[in-house]
Design a protein around this ligand. Structure first.
Ligand code: LRH
Ligand code: MN
Length: 433
């Protein structure tokens, strides 16, 4: 058996595309004609879609699990280097994910230059680094059982600050420009925690993390309504995150994980507010039906995802000040092949982006200004009900990807090859979300 790990060849993709190209281009040209009748230049859209980029979470290419169980799939990546190989396949076929978002210590290595080299050899770069003070690591001096950056014990807070500063140092070696801080800190009983002191301790500790940021770095505060704390969470909503970011300074911004809100919250309005106040860090894209389900983006509420991108394009169009959102995926793949889920999720994000780009904003504004409620709504529905699939496929083709990534991936036998190359490892918990 050749020792060289299996990779999908350019010829394989070329043969796949040769079979599908004619029909895809025909469908695209029909769509382009229909869009032209609406005054929309499809070629410009293709260029925008080709430039669209979202980061892959390293923890997303391994099979995810829940507190109940984890059912590892065949050919699981056993370390960050194999995770990067799988991220490379996602980029090779779907051409929308040129960056990777690492999680420390899950992706800790001895040689970060080698890790950076491994990624760049695949044409990949590192996006925001995620710190982790929501788990105790083997040999860790002090436990995060009762919190981390907001812990009542100054020594625990200092340990959490030191971890975040270490993440910044690691990120500098990897070429990252941002640190994402999500803390599980909170309480399970009324009275267990002083709600104000907990926030004050968090802000004081985050000031030390903020002070360690290089000049061109940003820190992303990630709010979450609940879990693992089930009575109160220190940074539970966009308001707490926004206020803390205001207090910390201009490099502190608010990251929106789509699954971190109460059911039916108007997330697109939160996005509009954070843009208005120049505090939108970016996103952890996923989907959910109940709680922080970490399901595939666009798989439950594609209209909601479209409405989020509608706010982002509105901001882009009016050149909103400080608008430079970081797009990242944060999902857990419990019953699918993670590579397939991540490719399809990237495509669903491209779809929402492209549909938001074809909204007739002049007609929408005219309807809004004249309180033509249904007229305005139908301008959005018209874009959302436009099937842009041929345009996304042509963008992939022109970017050197696969016309039908999942079909190509399955035909490549990549997973079966990895199952041979990567003998199964026990149900480790490392990197399970
Ligand atoms: C918390 C969260 C956070 C990550 C973790 C993997 O629910 O969304 O972004 O650190 O998942
Ligand atoms: Mn997240």
């Amino acid at each position: 058996m050749s020792t060289k790990p299996f990779t999908i060849s350019a010829d394989f993709i070329a043969n796949h595309n040769a079979r599908l190209e004619a029909a895809t281009v025909e469908d695209y040209q029909a769509l382009a004609r229909a869009l032209a009748r609406r005054g929309i230049d499809a070629e410009k859209l293709v260029e925008k879609v080709i430039a669209f980029a979202v980061a892959i979470p390293t923890w997303g290419v391994g099979t995810g699990g829940t507190r109940f169980a984890r059912f590892p799939g065949p050919g699981e990546p056993r370390n960050i280097f194999e995770k990067i190989d799988d991220c490379a396949v996602i980029q090779q076929l779907a051409r929308a994910t040129p960056t990777i978002s690492p999680h420390i210590p899950w992706d800790k290595v001895d040689d970060y230059a080698a890790l950076r080299e491994k990624a760049s050899a695949h044409g990949l770069a590192f996006d925001a680094v995620n710190s982790n003070t929501f788990q105790d690591q083997p040999g860790q001096a002090l436990s995060y059982k009762f919190g981390s950056l907001s812990h009542t014990d100054a020594r625990v807070r200092a340990q959490a600050v030191a971890h975040n500063v270490e993440c910044i140092e690691i990120g500098k070696k990897l070429g990252s420009k941002a640190l994402t801080v999500w803390i599980a800190d909170g309480s399970n009983f009324a009275g267990q925690s002083n709600l104000t002191k907990a926030l004050d301790r968090y802000i004081a500790a985050m000031r030390e993390v903020y002070a360690a940021l290089p000049a061109d770095w940003r820190v992303f505060l990630e709010h979450k309504l609940y879990e693992p704390a089930f009575y109160s969470t220190v940074i539970s909503d966009w308001g707490s995150s926004f206020a803390a970011a205001q207090e910390l300074g201009p490099k502190a911004l608010c990251l929106v994980d789509l699954g971190h809100h109460a059911p039916n919250v108007n997330i697109e309005q939160i996005v509009a507010r954070l843009v208005r106040f120049k505090k939108l860090a970016g996103f952890h894209f996923n989907d959910s039906k109940y709680g922080d389900d970490d399901l595939d983006s666009g798989s439950v509420e594609p209209f909601r995802l479209f409405l989020v991108f509608n706010e982002l394009i509105d901001a882009e169009r009016r050149k909103a000040e400080g608008f430079a959102p970081a797009y990242m995926i944060d999902q857990s793949h419990n019953v699918t092949d993670p590579i397939e889920s991540l490719m399809q999720s990237a495509i669903e994000l491209q779809r929402a982006y492209a549909q938001a780009l074809i909204v007739d904003r002049a007609a929408l504004e005219a309807a809004q200004e004249t309180n033509d409620a249904l007229g305005a709504h139908l301008e959005l529905k018209r874009a959302f009900t436009t099937d842009v699939s041929p345009l996304l496929a042509v963008a992939r083709l022109r970017a050197g990807g696969a016309t039908a990534p999942i079909e190509a991936y399955r035909a490549s036998g990549y997973r079966a090859h990895k199952a041979k190359e990567r003998p199964a490892v026990g149900g480790t918990s490392a990197g399970i979300v």
